[in-house]
Structure formats: C-alpha cells, structure tokens
Design a protein around this ligand. Structure first.
Ligand code: SF4
Ligand code: SF4
Length: 420
C-alpha cells in the first residue's frame, strides 16, 4: 500500500544496539502470524529485522518489497516474549514506520484522514452513526470486515466522584448528575478511561465496567473529550507526532495520582508506554498509573460479589497487547473464574488478525490469520462445549464477531453474572 513507488535511500534512525540484538536464531518464527500463514522469511520478525539492517547498515534502498515487509506486520509483538535476546521488535517497527510515514511511503492520506477523526469525539460519533446506516443500506464493502454496528449506543458513562485535582487544574471532567448523588461528593478511587472507538462502538462495555467498579466499591471519574483517544493507531501507523500530541492530551485529562483503569487492551498497552513515547518523567509517572481493568479487579477479588446466575463456560482469547505487551492476561482468567468455567485455546496466544486498522488495510492476510484462530476456537468448543469467546480488546471482539463468533468482553460477562 505504498503511497509512492520510487526507491529511495533512507536513514531509519533505529537504535543500532536494538537492531544488533537479534542473533537470527529463528525462535520467534512460530509465534509470528504473518510467517505462519505465508511461510515467507521476509514476513517474519527475523526477515523484517534483516531488511531493516539492510536499509540502516548496508545502504539498501527502500523499495516496494521493503515497504510490504513492514506494512504486513500486524504489530502484535508475539515475537517479543519468544525472543531469548530481548529484541524490542515493537520499538524497531514503530521507528521504521515513523521513518516511512515521514516520507509518505506508508500511512496514505485516507488512513491519515480516518485517524484524524479518532481524536474528535463528536465527529467520530457522527461518522459511526453514518457507518451504521450505510451498513444497513449495504453500502459498506464486506471485505472491510466490520460486524454490524449499533445505530444507538445508549448513555455515556459519567463520573461517580469529582477528583479534587480537576478543580485545581481545570480538567474537563464528565460528572454524573442525579442517581447516587452521595457518591459525587466522595473520594475518587480511579479514573475510567473511555477512549474513542470503544466509546463509539462498544459503549455498553463501558457501562458494564462502571457498574463492576461500583460493585467492588470503587468510585471513578471519567475524563472529558480532550482525553478521548490514546493515539495507539497513530503510533502503529508511524504518525508519532500525532500520537504524541494525543498522549499529552490524555495525560492532561487525568491529573493526580489515582490509577487509570483501561478496559481496552490496545489502549492500555499504548498508555503504559507513554514514558517511552514522550521521553518525560511526567509521561513515565502517568504510565505507571495505568492498569488494565482485569488487573484492577483481580486485586480486589474478595470485594467482587458472588455470581447471581451461572454462566456457561467461556473460551478465553488473549488480545496480543494484553498478553505480549502488558503481560496481563492471567488476571482475565482470575476474574472470569469468579463467575464461570474458563476454557483455553491451544494456539499459544497467536494473533487473531485484528491489529487495529490492520483488518481494513491488509484484509487478505488478516482473514487468513483469523482462520487459524477460528480453527482453534472450534477445537476449544469441541473440547469444552463452550461457544462464547471472551476477549478484552474491542478490535479483537469486532474482528471475531465479523466472522460470526459470539465474542464478548470479559467485563460484560462479569457484569451479567454478578449484577441484578
Ligand atoms: S509483531 Fe507480530 S506480525 Fe510483526 S513480526 Fe512480530 S510476531 Fe510477526
Ligand atoms: S528476533 Fe529474537 S527470536 Fe527472532 S531471530 Fe532475532 S534473536 Fe531470534
């Protein structure tokens, strides 16, 4: 999907030590979804690193093949935990994409335009409503792989407590009026990050998250629209300046020391790496406050009410950015086991092919990768009888739903089991 086809010489500006860390052992290859479905060395972590070295060290030109090697990477980072040399592949890929995007070799205009909408909450809602209508008029091509979007999302989550920091800093906080008004005057335990696409497409999961936080006795504040997008998709596309600006806005929108609870694995992974993205102490301190909602709940399991109803067994599908980046996939099981029986996939956490915008940009590879996941789900169903799949990332949920899977966010299942 290169925007320009001229070959050029380019300084990727990658860290030489990071690039040199790869010893070409190949242990990462079985964990790479694009290598698994194509068998091509150039579409493996080792092959991509060798191509990066060629450009940075040996003066090789950036040609269409190089761009294809980089653009077909799902950025799942499944190669990182498998690597005995600790190669920070995600960082190398982000740097390479940044260099390519600066030269307009990747991130074409339509992608940049689409990503620009994410930071503008009202515009995103309007576009999502239009998309939902267009789906019903059969105007959205099936190859984009979107499941049916709801026409209405219901009310937004509102804060149950007002953080004192917001009054000092003037941060724009969404405050719930009415309802349990006594909670508004109380102490704020957490921030609840609601993001962009998740709030536009899966808002009911935010309501479930808010209700479950309330059930464990936690009060929360919701940041205003300024902190609406974490910048993950911008960073993946190599648009580092845009991602950095969004990160600064997110940090400013949630001042203080309270934990920042995130229920989207992709957003949480990006926010936990804000220190590296921005290179400031403030960003590193903010990143240390970010916690996946399952980590938060697992640490308070004794406060989680007993289930009121028995749920059928559930298959757990680990989002890559929860398992390989945050390494926080076990708390999902801890929380789900509180309400039901958990069945495992036997694919060692291989990616489902969603990859943020990947399913739209690389539909054939994305579908081929998903086919492997569907086969693993079928095998798990045959073993356990479970048909519902729990996945803690909106991209994975939507991607699996588009293939007919009954995919649910784990917190939705917890809420269904414990709430009246
Ligand atoms: S990030 Fe994922 S797709 Fe990219 S090289 Fe690593 S394992 Fe393969
Ligand atoms: S990235 Fe790591 S696992 Fe993969 S070939 Fe290089 S050293 Fe081996």
């Amino acid at each position: 999907m290169a925007a320009v086809t001229l070959d050029l010489q380019l300084d990727l500006r990658l860290d030489d030590e990071e690039l040199a860390a790869c010893v070409s052992c190949g242990l990462c290859l079985p964990h790479c979804p694009t290598f698994r479905v194509t068998g091509e060395e150039g579409l493996s972590p080792r092959g991509r690193i060798d191509a990066m070295r060629g450009v940075q060290w040996r003066g090789a030109k950036v040609d269409d093949e190089f761009v294809n090697f980089m653009e077909t990477c799902v950025q799942c980072r499944g190669c990182e935990p498998a690597c005995p040399s600790g190669v920070p592949f995600g960082h190398l890929m982000e740097g390479t994409r940044h260099a390519l995007a600066e030269q307009h070799r990747t991130a074409p205009r339509r992608l940049r335009a689409g990503l620009a909408v994410l930071g503008r909450h009202r515009l995103l809602w309007a576009c999502s409503a239009l998309l939902a209508v267009a789906q019903r008029l059969h105007l959205v091509p099936k190859r984009i792989g979107l499941p049916r979007l709801p026409l209405r999302q219901g009310p937004r989550v509102r804060s149950t407590a007002q953080p004192p920091e917001s009054r000092r800093s003037g941060a724009n906080v969404q405050v719930r009026h009415g309802g349990r008004s006594s909670a508004l005057a109380g102490r704020m335990d957490t921030w609840l990050f609601t993001g962009c696409v998740m709030d536009a497409w899966m808002r009911s999961t935010h309501r479930a998250t808010a209700a479950v936080l309330g059930a464990v006795g936690s009060t929360y504040a919701v940041p205003g629209g300024a902190g609406a997008c974490c910048g993950a998709l911008h960073e993946h596309a190599g648009l580092v300046d845009e991602a950095s600006e969004l990160a600064r806005r997110v940090i400013a929108s949630m001042p203080g020391a309270a934990p920042v609870v995130v229920n989207s694995a992709g957003c949480g992974a990006t926010m936990k790496e804000y220190g590296r993205l921005l290179g400031t102490d403030e960003a590193a301190a903010f990143a240390a406050r970010v916690v996946d909602v399952h980590e938060y709940l697992a640490a308070r399991l004794e406060r989680l009410p007993a289930p009121r109803r028995q749920l059928p067994p559930v298959i757990v599908q680990d989002p890559c950015h929860l398992r390989h980046v945050q390494r926080a996939h076990e708390p999902v099981r801890t929380v789900l086991r509180h309400v039901t029986v958990v069945a495992e996939l036997d694919d060692d956490g291989l990616c489902c092919g969603a990859g943020g915008a990947y399913s739209a940009l690389q539909p054939e590879l994305s579908s081929a990768i998903r086919e492997r996941k569907l086969a693993a789900i079928s095998a798990a169903t045959a073993r356990s009888g479970a048909t519902v799949v729990a996945s803690a990332n909106p991209g994975c949920v939507m991607h699996l739903r588009a293939a007919g899977v009954d995919a649910r966010h784990p917190v939705d299942l917890v809420a269904e089991a414990i709430l009246p």
